[in-house]
Design a protein around this ligand. Structure first.
Ligand SMILES: Cc1cc2nc3c(=O)[nH]c(=O)nc-3n(C[C@H](O)[C@H](O)[C@H](O)COP(=O)(O)OP(=O)(O)OC[C@H]3O[C@@H](n4cnc5c(N)ncnc54)[C@H](O)[C@@H]3O)c2cc1C
Length: 462
């Protein structure tokens, strides 16, 4: 790194310590490039996923499901949060040292703001410094959308997902506005910890992207666990009392009041670009406020790339990671890898048991007029999968959409123990042309959840 007074020059500047940025930074530093990575928050080394996203929520899910009847809810919750803090601290330190410890990499802590298309200023006032580089990667992630509903923004009882996983106190009554992935994950977790959870979803049913039967099974799972799911509910106003907030929503034309100790707004996340001053760099955004990128993840300035949530793609850590493969191919490889090459990108909604999906649904396939067969079985009925019984989790279903003429798998929805693992196998089959019959007739270990494939494809109907 070249340093003059408060000016750093590097080969590559990475803004934000997200998955895509840090992975690219490691590889470039290993290849001898001088890399500066700027992260605004010392509690976010490693980005959202290990600090306030995937890792803490999945650890809390694990803790919440291991709670015993005799565990006092509040105390158990506080211990769980302490466990999460310990792990995230460890991951954070590993992330910082892992990168900053490399001879040609440096982590700078401060908020980056563009001055021109090759330079950012980090911080303000006397401590400010500038970083200049011919290649820049923006990896600043996303932040929650807070809707303009009266009383919501200023409520003392509004919590973010980050607040929820960092505070020791378990809210006794928690409302979650929005029944998407994030909202439902929090609903499941906080219900298992012992909170009274109400999900308020404005659509007529949950998970509009999924088939009716799959979404219905998820609803049954959550309500069976004691979550109160209210669909077709539009929140109209929130008013703060001394010790609680009243969330008012309209359902079927009637206004209903719900008193809660906290409410989480989970109606989506938008690209985190406000602090970047993208106009100073000439970087364009989309109508939805994400950074506009092409198929190689180059922005409107071809030497500036955008990776991860900030480019408006699917908001998953592994997508940000795949973005790094594309960018690295541009910077170190033969430049052939493209976003549009992606096939069968799976998703998991971490409930207990999880819902993992890939490809298209039955509804989509029928809408497209495809000639399909559907294989579907409830987990409790799958004789070839004793694992569900051995771990006492027999809820859910497995469903596959198969092309009738080619036997190729077009989509899957697995609400099942271990679904987050099985779905990766199904996605690999889809990417590599492995047929439903081949999956049915493969050798799998026993007792495993994958064994279900030996049986479910026998229940296939046109
Ligand atoms: C509660 C929750 C649970 C989730 N669970 C999962 C899951 O189970 N699986 C999954 O795949 N995904 C999950 N996600 C989504 C996943 O966390 C994100 O898709 C992923 O972390 C996005 O990473 P990224 O590379 O875009 O950047 P991020 O990891 O978000 O990192 C961006 C970084 O940029 C920094 N930054 C922002 N602006 C500036 C600036 N101007 N200057 C300097 N630094 C800046 C931020 O502080 C942050 O550290 C979850 C998200 C949340 C919120």
């Amino acid at each position: 790194m070249d340093t003059t007074n408060q000016n750093l020059t590097a080969d590559v500047l990475v803004i934000g310590f997200g998955k895509g940025g840090k992975t690219t930074a490691h590889a470039l530093a290993d290849a001898g490039r001088r890399v500066v990575l700027v992260e605004r928050d010392e509690n976010m080394y490693g980005g959202t996923c290990p600090n306030v996203g995937c890792v803490p929520t999945k650890m809390l899910l694990h803790y919440s499901t291991s709670r015993r009847l005799e565990d006092e809810a509040q105390e158990f919750f506080a211990q769980s949060i302490a466990g999460v803090r310990e792990l995230t601290k460890l991951f954070r330190a590993g992330n910082f040292e892992g990168l900053n410890g490399k001879p040609s990499a440096m982590v700078v802590t401060g908020t980056a703001r563009f001055i021109d298309s090759n330079t950012v200023q980090v911080g303000e006032g006397d401590d400010a410094l500038t970083v200049t580089a011919p290649t820049i990667l923006i990896n600043t992630g996303s932040e929650p959308v807070v809707p303009d509903i009266p009383g919501v923004r200023d409520s003392r009882f509004r919590v973010s997902s980050t607040d929820l996983i960092q505070q020791d106190r378990l809210p006794k009554r928690l409302a979650i506005v929005g029944g998407g992935y994030l909202g439902l994950e929090f609903a499941g977790i906080y219900r298992s910890f012992g909170a009274d959870v109400t999900v308020l979803e404005s659509a007529d049913r949950l998970l509009l992207r999924e088939d009716d039967d799959v979404a219905g099974a998820v609803s049954d799972l959550l309500t069976g666990d004691g979550v109160s799911l209210i669909t077709g509910a539009s929140v109209t106003v929130v008013s703060d009392g001394t010790d609680a907030a009243t969330v008012t929503y309209v359902k079927d034309g009637a206004s209903v009041e719900l008193e809660v100790d906290a409410f989480l707004v989970a109606v989506g996340r938008r690209a985190a670009i406000d602090e970047l001053d993208l106009t100073a760099a000439g970087v364009e955004t989309t109508e939805r406020g994400a950074i506009r990128v092409d198929d190689e993840l180059r922005t409107s300035q071809s030497h500036i790339f955008a990776l991860g949530d900030v480019n408006g793609g699917p908001q998953f850590t592994y997508v940000s990671l795949d973005d790094s493969r594309i960018v690295l191919d541009q910077l170190l490889g033969d430049g052939k890898r493209r976003v549009s090459d992606r096939v069968a990108v799976p998703r998991t909604l971490f409930l207990n048991p999880p819902l993992a999906t890939v490809g298209i649904t039955e509804t989509e396939a029928r809408k497209q007029g495809l000639n399909i067969k559907v294989a579907r079985e409830n987990v409790a009925d799958i004789i070839a999968m004793p694992r569900a019984y051995t771990v006492e989790e027999t809820r859910g279903l497995m469903k596959f959409i198969v092309d009738s003429s080619t036997d190729q798998i077009l989509g899957a929805a697995l609400l099942s123990i271990d679904a987050q693992e099985i779905i990766n196998l199904v996605a690999i089959a889809m990417r590599n042309g492995i047929t439903a019959t081949e999956l049915r007739d493969s050798i799998y270990t026993h007792p495993s959840s994958t064994e279900a494939l030996n049986e479910v494809f026998d229940h296939i109907v046109a």
